[in-house]
Write a protein that binds this ligand. Structure first.
Ligand code: FMN
Length: 187
């Protein structure tokens, strides 16, 4: 069974996290979930779910302020980490190596242990600091996968748009999915 660290941070786009969580949880993936304080408010504003939604089988939930947990350690064995959506604040902390919360520390561990780290940034427009931080992280081995849905599959609603991004994340995780038809396939 795959072990994945899932971090939800305070950027717009909680719907992406919800769809990814639902898919991975259904597949029986062992999930280690961190929801930042800022993300908790956005989750409530943007979706109909609260924190309790995530209390499910095979899911361990951690406070972002608590470093005294196993996922903060390089000795924790896991497959990948996904930050979805990723705020510019969190990206800045990881890019500078300033691991002062659990999300940035776990991401630091993922990079140093050469595990797959997938970052789904959401901000627009981007300033030079954001762009530089993302380049730094890409060079350090992270996959930068912007929350930038396509339209060729003719999404019917925002769930279809979110699933497009989730499908790209799953591709990066090496998990088969048919959330979105491949380009050229009949929709
Ligand atoms: C409603 C709301 C929406 C926000 N959307 C974004 C966003 O899309 N991208 C971003 O980088 N920051 C956004 N922010 C700002 C972050 O929440 C803020 O920088 C925060 O410190 C990030 O902390 P975190 O990464 O620990 O969650 C938003 C804040 C609020 C209150």
């Amino acid at each position: 069974m795959k072990k994945i660290i899932l971090a939800i941070t305070g950027a717009s786009g909680a719907i992406y996290a919800r769809h990814l969580f639902d898919f991975l949880q259904r597949k029986g993936v062992e999930l280690h979930l961190i929801i930042t304080e800022n993300a908790k408010g956005i989750l409530k504003d943007e979706t109909s779910i609260g924190e309790n939604y995530f209390k499910k089988k095979n899911v361990s939930i951690y406070e972002n302020s608590n470093m005294n947990v196993r996922i903060a350690s390089g000795s924790f064995r896991f497959d990948s980490m996904v930050i979805i959506p990723a705020s510019m604040g969190t990206i800045g902390r990881i890019a500078s190596g300033y691991s002062d919360d659990l999300v940035s520390r776990a991401a630091d561990v993922a990079l140093k242990e050469r595990k797959k780290l997938i970052i789904v940034p959401r901000e627009t427009p981007l300033n030079d600091i954001h762009l530089n931080n993302m380049l730094t992280l890409s060079r350090a081995g992270a996959v930068i996968l912007p929350a930038s849905p396509a339209f060729y599959h003719k999404p019917k609603d925002i769930n279809d748009m979110a699933k497009f991004i989730v499908s790209r994340v799953l591709d990066q995780l090496g998990i088969e999915n048919d959330l979105v038809p491949t380009y050229g396939e009949k929709t």
